[in-house]
Design a protein around this ligand. Structure first.
Ligand code: FMN
Length: 352
């Protein structure tokens, strides 16, 4: 294993004892034979939920994190990008690998590959609106062809039978407006042996426009007995509670709102325990979190990619800080991890 892939451990910031409250979303969740500590999940986001970010979210109390999407084409797995995506070093179990593809045999093969590689849960992506993915009929374009959906799910579940590993499905409510077939897809998924389903409350055509619709997630919850995970536009503890109430879901999944805000999971847990809002970290704590995250990114990706991948995280972390535009412009010009780290350090020192 190259040095850049070896990871220091992130210590949990939320003690187990703090998670012993009674709100349903703080209860353990069984998915197949595995148990998640709670029902607050970070959504898979390509380019965001890499190994360091998943570990960071889990250190703030996320009960589950899914890897970035990986192609079902295992011939591409030797590529540098795939090696990073399939790296689960130091991750808190259970580890979930997301795969996407439109060929049932290849999807099954990819699932086995990921389980051999250390994953314990397979997550199939049928929710991606990206053109690159949809052209190959993977991601959410698959929703148009329910027979193929059934074959893909069946083959993947069958392929991993020997591993006794649960297979989850992540998808949207349908392909386009007027064709919201999620209830049929969810029933079909349950029949094919899928252990849980995460649903983003938009159709593929809606991309990220408008607002997520939760009614169909509620109908799915009433129609199947596998765990149903609600996703889409959950950006605060209050919204997590509202979506949970509206859908009766078994878990909530948060994507964009966790960008630059991995402590959101701790805030949600705190709110569920006490009914009180936990403020965002002050600038001094924020500095510690950001610099810690940078250390992890640099150790994981090495000099070149570490510096580039860190930029977007730094931008998210600092976006709410008054007069931070100039800093971000200058930071984008830093070409080395050392220079970038110093720039961030100096920026926060000026603030606190
Ligand atoms: C940058 C980005 C990358 C994403 N990549 C993936 C992915 O790899 N796999 C997947 O299933 N969904 C992916 N999604 C969709 C999210 O998992 C989630 O369903 C969506 O963002 C809605 O949740 P949110 O409103 O909480 O962000 C991605 C979303 C974003 C913003």
């Amino acid at each position: 294993m190259p040095n850049s892939l070896r990871m220091p451990l992130i210590k949990p910031l939320v003690e187990d004892s703090q998670m012993l409250d009674t709100h349903a979303l703080l209860q353990p969740l069984k998915i197949g034979n595995l148990t998640l500590d709670n029902r607050l999940m970070v959504a898979p986001m390509a380019g965001v939920t890499d190994n360091p970010f998943r570990r960071l979210c889990k250190s703030f109390g996320a009960g589950h994190a899914v890897s970035e999407m990986m192609t079902a084409d295992t011939t591409l797995y030797a590529r540098k990008k795939s090696l990073f995506r399939a790296n689960f070093d130091g991750e808190i179990a259970p580890i979930s690998a997301q795969i996407a593809g439109a060929d049932p045999d290849k999807l099954g093969e990819a699932a086995r590959y990921q389980l051999d590689n250390g994953a314990q849960i397979i997550d199939i992506n049928m929710g991606c609106p990206a053109k690159k993915v949809c052209r190959k009929l993977a991601g959410s374009a698959l929703l148009k062809d329910e027979d193929l959906v059934a074959r893909l799910l069946y083959k993947t579940v069958e392929a991993v039978q020997d591993y006794d590993a649960p297979v989850k499905l992540k998808t949207r409510i349908g392909y386009d407006l007027g064709h919201e077939n999620i209830v049929r897809v969810a029933k079909l998924a349950e029949e094919e042996g899928i252990a849980a389903i995460a649903i983003h409350g938009r159709t593929r055509d809606e991309k990220y426009g408008g607002t997520a619709r939760y009614e169909l997630i509620k109908t799915v919850k009433e129609s199947v007995s596998i765990p149903v995970i609600a996703n889409g536009d959950i950006d605060s503890p209050q919204k997590a509670v509202t979506v949970h109430k509206q859908t009766g879901c078994d878990a909530v999944m948060i994507g964009r709102a966790a960008q630059g805000k991995p402590w959101l999971f701790k805030q949600i847990a705190h709110y569920l325990q006490t009914g009180e809002a936990l403020p965002d970290p002050n600038l001094s704590l924020l500095k510690t979190i950001v610099l810690g995250h940078l250390d992890e990114l640099y150790a994981f990706y090495g000099e070149y990619s570490g510096c580039r991948i860190a930029r977007k995280h730094i931008a998210w972390y600092t976006s709410g800080i008054p007069n931070s535009n100039e800093f971000r412009q200058a930071m984008y010009g830093e070409e080395t991890t050392a220079g970038q780290y110093r720039a961030v350090e100096r920026f926060f020192e000026k603030q606190v």
